[in-house]
Ligand binder design. Structure first.
Ligand SMILES: [Mg+2]
Length: 274
């Protein structure tokens, strides 16, 4: 494998980037919006504007309904929806606008046996490692069956952002749980997901897989897709996009992404018009 290049968002030459890419992919949590919260009004405006200049995709480990709450409800009909591609659960599902509604174009789900095995292993190891907190200390369900993905969230699906960010800042707890579960499930892929979560998915399903899917959907080479995410460290869930060959751009928060979108839009609006 060749060198993996990660570009800091504030070191990107956007004038040059505009000529290098034919599509832009985005992570959702901590990139377009704070975890599980709607994107800001400023972000919604900027993001919707960008879809009028270049195909945009959002790739997240989260479920489709989060896309509805965090993105679609905020952008309304301001976006060019035919240029927007939604890829929840790491691209195992793909939704596109059919002219009147968002339509699921495919869903690659886990088998019932694999889902049961994943739930059993996550439960056992979380309890053994002291990560199965009392019910009165969590918010919502710990375990979620997303069809193509089983997710364990230590503080529950509905935990407030501040609690989640404080729980495992160095990711040691999550990574330890993921390693133990991975040993039980060699046929599946186990990885640390959002700030408190561990995901189990089919082998080979990560954001690199999503990049390959997107490349096929758009008929654009991966090398001409930019991907913007906050987890571009080698054990982060956005890093596989860089390994797959996308032009990887690292941000630290939605404010960075907003500025990156504005700079890219300024460049593209000189060369494209709708
Ligand atoms: Mg993220």
């Amino acid at each position: 494998m060749g060198d993996v290049m990660i570009h800091r968002w504030d070191e990107v030459d956007y004038d040059r980037l505009g000529g290098l890419i034919d599509a832009v992919g985005f992570d959702l949590d901590t990139t377009l919006a704070k975890s599980k919260t709607p994107m800001t009004r400023d972000m919604a405006d900027a993001f919707a504007e960008l879809t009028h200049h270049i195909p945009c995709a959002v790739v997240s480990g989260g479920k489709y309904h989060l896309f509805t709450n965090q993105i679609l409800a905020m952008i309304g009909d301001k976006a060019n929806r035919r240029n927007l591609h939604l890829m929840p659960t790491s691209g195992t599902r793909y939704y596109a606008w059919n002219g009147s509604a968002w339509q699921c174009r495919y869903a690659h789900d886990l088998s019932p046996e694999d889902r049961d095995a994943a739930i059993a292993s996550l439960t056992r190891h979380a309890k053994e490692q002291g990560l199965w907190l009392p019910d009165d200390r969590i918010w919502g369900d710990r375990l979620e069956d997303r069809g193509s993905q089983i997710t364990f969230s230590a503080l529950g699906q509905l935990a407030p952002v501040a609690a989640k960010e404080a729980w495992d800042p160095d990711r040691a707890k999550k990574n330890r749980l993921a390693a133990a579960v991975a040993a039980d499930l060699p046929q599946l892929t186990v990885r640390s997901g959002g700030s408190t979560s561990v995901d189990v998915v089919a082998k080979g399903i990560d954001k690199a897989y999503a990049m390959h899917q997107l490349s096929t959907i758009l008929n654009v080479p991966i090398g001409r897709i930019a991907f913007i995410g906050d987890r571009m460290d080698p054990d982060g869930n956005d890093y596989p996009t860089a390994v797959a060959g996308a032009y990887a751009i690292r941000v630290t928060c939605p404010d960075d992404t907003l500025e990156a979108i504005r700079r890219l839009t300024a460049v593209l609006s000189l060369t494209t018009a709708e």
